[in-house]
Design a protein around this ligand. Sequence first.
Ligand SMILES: C[S@@+](CC[C@H](N)C(=O)[O-])C[C@H]1O[C@@H](n2cnc3c(N)ncnc32)[C@H](O)[C@@H]1O
Length: 387
Amino acid sequence: MKPKPLRFFAPCPRGLESILADELEQLGATCVKPSNGGVYFQGDWETCYRTNLESRIASRVLWQVADQAYINEDQIYKAAYALPWNDWFPPTHTIRVNLAAIKCPLRSLDFVTLKIKDAVCDKFREMSGKRPSVDTVQPDIRIHGFLDARRFTLYVDTSGDALFKRGLRKTAGDAPLRENLAAGILRLSGWKPGTPLLDPMCGSGTFLLEAAQMALNIAPGIKRQFAFERLNQFNTLLWNNLKEAAIAKQQPSSPQPIFGSDLYGDALTAAQTNLTVAGLDDVVQLKQANMLEISAPTPTGILVTNPPYGVRIGEQEKLAALYPKVGDTLKRKFSGWNAYIFTGDPMLPKLMRLSTSRRTPLFNGALECRLFEYKMIAGGMRKDKTK
Ligand SMILES: C[S@@+](CC[C@H](N)C(=O)[O-])C[C@H]1O[C@@H](n2cnc3c(N)ncnc32)[C@H](O)[C@@H]1O
């Protein structure tokens, strides 16, 4: 008889749920169900390992170990205490409990967090005479609780560090994007390896790094470790086989039509360092240039960028002068290209003065942003200012 499938939840940046659902299906997940800020799915440990290793969009993979109705803290304690924690990891592992809640009627979330931690430790002491210690900075095992108005759900985090920490980006530069958000934006743009790609304001090069890894079919998690390796049920042979299969699928490093530029030398140095550390500097072409002075490197392609975004008055004035010029450069020099501009600045689309063919709401952490699509057709893009 086949074992019962395990239940998982993979959180992701809000707005990327449906493309994460597609990705999870391709990775072999079943019962895939997008929700707010993530996707529920089912599978076995192999699906879990593979998702951690290969998902470019998920932020984590959480294994659901409890899901039930609650009305008070005591019921939550009992539900957490009932779980066979000592089957899953030894008491020598350190733990951390995180709690998130929406419309939860209980008075103190800190108190609930403490109750869950106590339940885990009490159960360990009962079963083995020893209890795990808490480490809030670098725990071996993270436990995530989630409460809505009526239900309590508990997860063991199989990822450890968030999956967007690929272990590749060594210098961050100015307001870098999270890697999984950058990968999701590339997917939303419809970019496929082989199609020319340009980020003319590349900063530390997050779009370029993600695109280069996609082009060479490099599994994003191939160089890092995961929390599931610390669980008792960890299957080393299965994991080694998955990693070997991922390495066998990698393409040898070769120049790709992936182009990046930035106005500032510091940003380019950061991008160059990051590509070098990742072994991808042959794959991407970088140069220092003002976006307003560049020409399209190929007749057609996809431009994806995340322009500077200012909150202070002086910065806003500068940007109000820059954005119309960016729109103008796209119109004059990029006909035949599709441009995707990711921004949290609500003024940008008006100031660009180009017709938007699609706008996709996306969240960069808590900041609501948009991905604007501009199809640059010669002569046809300028908005009629009289309208
Ligand atoms: C928000 S940051 C991009 C961050 C990048 N996506 C990353 O993940 O690291 C905006 C970048 O635009 C660059 N920039 C500003 N004005 C520019 C211009 N006129 N031409 C080219 N780059 C410019 C800045 O140097 C900065 O690196």
